[in-house]
Design a protein around this ligand. Structure first.
Ligand code: ADP
Ligand code: MG
Length: 258
């Protein structure tokens, strides 16, 4: 497995282009993310955010330019190497991806790549030390108390935090989150993002998180990168940005008119 050289960005895109069926979806994207940084990926629907995240973990390969993720170039990886790379990259989805009839602890233990079938002896099939680490991750997202509760009885925000704990058990070096709070109410959204931010800071894990709520992006992220029509149109420290400037990315026409 390739290791990052000290100081090398966790993630580095250079002049990346990607299209589907002759339509350009991403064009000339260059972006370096250092270790521990929390990046909000903003931009309107269809801007290319999900495609960019998929390029980072090798679910898509670029048509042009290069992607380096954790010192690896997914386009040059064998199948096995790509699998090893993906195991180092946590992915959190809008729809949580949990098995509703299983408990929070079972979901964390099974991991996101597991089959839907629990081992024969349930959570007891896992070594005690692994179970303890799973409970620890649930504790970090504030849900240790609810570990024996079925996931389909948890709120959306609680389910997303279970998904974060599940990702953490795999010891990711980078977390990609694709609209993780798009199905949540505002209070739950803040809690999920604050949890991700705290863990990113505590563990030095870089996070790239697509978000369409401008205020949440500004409140949570260290840095905001915005796409529009497949191009990178803004890349600045969150502290230097105003909500109005970011809003203009979503609807430049309105700004011109106003
Ligand atoms: P976002 O996440 O910002 O909403 P996406 O990356 O999902 O944007 O999509 C960007 C554009 O690429 C959209 O026009 C979408 O229809 C298109 N697209 C994304 N994935 C595919 C695919 N697998 N095949 C064809 N078109 C795709
Ligand atoms: Mg998307």
């Amino acid at each position: 497995m390739a290791e990052r050289i000290d100081g090398e960005p966790v993630l580095s895109l250079s002049e990346v282009g990607k299209g589907f069926h002759g339509t350009t979806v991403l064009d000339g994207i260059s972006l370096d993310v250092p270790q521990g940084q929390f990046v909000a990926l903003a931009g309107p629907s269809g801007a290319g955010k999900s495609t960019l995240l998929r390029l980072v973990n090798g679910m898509h390969l670029p048509d042009s330019g290069t992607v380096r993720t954790l010192g690896e170039n997914p386009a040059a990886c064998s199948r096995g190497r790509l699998r090893a790379l993906r195991a180092r990259v946590g992915f959190v989805f809008q729809q949580f991806g949990l098995v509703g009839r299983l408990t929070a602890l079972e979901n964390v233990l099974m991991g996101s790549l597991a089959s839907l079938r629990l081992p024969r002896y349930g959570v007891m099939s896992y070594p005690r030390a692994v179970r303890a680490r799973a409970v620890e991750q649930l504790d970090r997202v504030g849900l240790a108390e609810l570990r024996f509760q079925r996931c389909d009885t948890l709120s959306g925000g609680q389910q997303q935090r279970v998904a974060v704990a599940r990702t953490l058990l795999q010891g990711p070096e980078l977390i990609l989150a694709d609209e993780p709070v798009a199905s949540l109410d505002p209070a739950a959204s803040v809690l999920v993002l604050d949890t991700l931010k705290r863990i990113s800071a505590e563990d030095g894990i870089s996070v790239v998180c697509s978000l369409h709520q401008i205020e949440l992006a500004l409140a949570t992220a260290d840095r905001v990168v915005a796409l529009r029509g497949g191009r990178l149109v803004l890349d600045e420290p969150a502290a230097d940005l105003t909500a109005d400037r970011l809003r203009a990315i979503y609807d430049p026409g309105e700004t011109r008119a106003g």
